[in-house]
Design a protein around this ligand. Structure first.
Ligand code: PMP
Length: 454
């Protein structure tokens, strides 16, 4: 009760605001490895590593100890003035791993912030170069780059934008390669040509010298169910961008940090971006952390111009955050986690296709490494999605939760873009036997769900 005698207003499940109140999600008390445990002691397999975050699993003492040590040493310094050993070490390690030319790193708190910083960097560079007319950024649909206002503007998820129209910026869009819904007879053969042509038409229509940057997820994450590009796609679009002097930004917030079986997904698809953004798995969830990698040559241009990149935030490269990144990277190296993700990931992809593809209402199973998407549709011939009013994926997720499987989903076609999507991406430490358990539980859950529906 409040002092004034009125009843205190509570949300149905407590006072935490941003949580899915429509579903009765359990309170998680702890996690260990690939599992989470709720207040009643029930165990769940974390099949999506939260939101594709928990790369090194839960309760990872080696990582926690390292963060603890750093917190005792120094938790925070003003990152625009000071640097720290831990931040320098993380930057140097990431730049050693990175595609050629990416030799400088900044650390921020979320994928959205790093995307915003990437766009600001590109924009500043053009102004410094005397081309202030380069104001536009080309993004792809479907696509997702975050939920802050500019990152949301870049995101090809129309329904996320419903309430925010006047606050969002205008962004130029081009279709993203989406195998299941490309309409192409031979996606692998014709996809690169098809989507590169669409991009070139957009560039010409807009005027290439008005465009600052092109942003793309090497593997499209939550908005298209882990869609990989067709062979040759990034070679083609990069060549176009180079021809017109447009900077390229790889958004690897979801697909980076080992998820595809390579540390950088760009490498897998022969994409050599000018800027690269990481998030999620970089800290495994042990601290909010994202990274922006840029070219030394561009930093030098800015240094000789205005003096440097005009960007700062309170938690810029805070040691409490970068310590998590460094500890996770060390863990990756000690256990050769990227090679492990490549081999278990190959098994995961095979097993998913073998077990799920024959199931009714499964339209597509796709992905790379330990990142996969399953698209559920009402009619697999026409690829017609379920009516949104049936809330298929939400209800299926609730059933899977009862079976001890925690999954992330995307409630699809409110966007008019796709059907109900299941997003899969377990912690990279998962074993083949655990992959089998995951896929078998999922398949039994899907089967039973649709049996009960009919
Ligand atoms: N880019 C991509 C590709 C993402 O998947 C996400 C998060 N799902 C973001 C950016 C935004 O990251 P964050 O939620 O940490 O702001």
């Amino acid at each position: 009760m409040r002092d004034d005698g009125r009843q205190t207003v509570r949300y149905p499940q407590g006072n935490v605001l941003l949580r899915n109140l429509a579903r009765d999600f359990p309170v998680i008390t702890h996690g260990q490895g690939i599992h989470l445990f709720d207040a009643r002691g029930k165990r769940y397999l974390d099949a999506s590593a939260g939101a594709l975050v928990a790369s090194v699993g839960h309760g990872n003492r080696e990582v926690v100890d390292r963060i603890h040590e750093q917190l005792l040493r120094v938790a925070y310094v003003n990152g625009t003035h000071f640097t720290t050993e831990v931040t320098e070490a993380l930057a140097s390690r990431l730049c050693t791993l990175a595609p050629p030319g990416l030799e400088r790193a900044a650390f921020l708190g979320s994928g959205s912030e790093a995307v915003e910083a990437a766009v600001k960097f590109a924009r500043q560079l053009w102004v410094e170069r005397g081309q202030p007319q380069r104001t536009k950024v080309i993004a792809r649909v479907p696509g997702y780059h975050g939920n802050t206002l500019y990152a949301l503007s870049l995101s090809g998820r129309p329904h996320y934008k419903t309430f925010f129209g006047p606050l969002l910026s205008e962004v130029i869009t081009t279709p993203a390669p989406y195998p299941y819904r490309s309409g192409l007879e031979d996606y692998a053969r014709d996809g690169a040509e098809h989507y590169a042509r669409l991009l070139e038409e957009t560039l010409r229509r807009e005027g290439p010298d008005t465009i600052a940057a092109f942003i793309a997820e090497p593997v499209i994450g939550s908005s298209a169910g882990a869609s990989p590009p067709p062979p040759g796609y990034f070679e083609r679009v990069s060549a176009l961008c180079r021809e017109y002097g447009i900077l390229t930004i790889a958004d690897e917030v979801m697909c980076g940090c080992g998820r595809t079986g390579r540390f950088f997904a760009s490498e897998l698809f022969h994409f050599q971006p000018d800027l690269l953004v990481l998030g999620k798995g970089i800290s495994g969830g042990y601290a909010p952390l994202s990274a922006l990698l840029v070219k030394q040559a561009h930093v030098e241009e800015m240094r000789q111009g205005s003096g440097g990149f005009m960007h700062a935030q309170t938690y810029l490269q805070a040691p409490a955050m970068t310590a998590a990144g460094l500890a996770v990277l060390d863990y990756f190296e000690r256990y050769d986690l990227v090679s492990h993700a490549a081999s278990v990931g190959a098994h995961f992809q095979r097993k998913l296709r073998e077990v799920l593809s024959p199931l009714p209402f499964v339209g597509s199973v796709q992905g790379v490494g330990l990142l996969a998407g399953v698209e559920l549709v009402e009619d697999t011939h026409s690829r017609r999605p379920f009516p949104r009013t049936r809330k298929v994926v939400e209800r299926l997720l609730a059933k899977l939760l009862e079976r001890g499987l925690v999954l992330w989903s995307n409630t699809g076609h409110a966007d008019g873009v796709h059907g109900d999507l299941l997003m899969l991406g377990p912690p990279l430490i998962i074993t083949e036997a655990e992959v089998d358990e995951l896929v078998d539980t999922l398949s039994r859950g899907i089967r039973q769900f649709f049996q009960e529906e009919s």
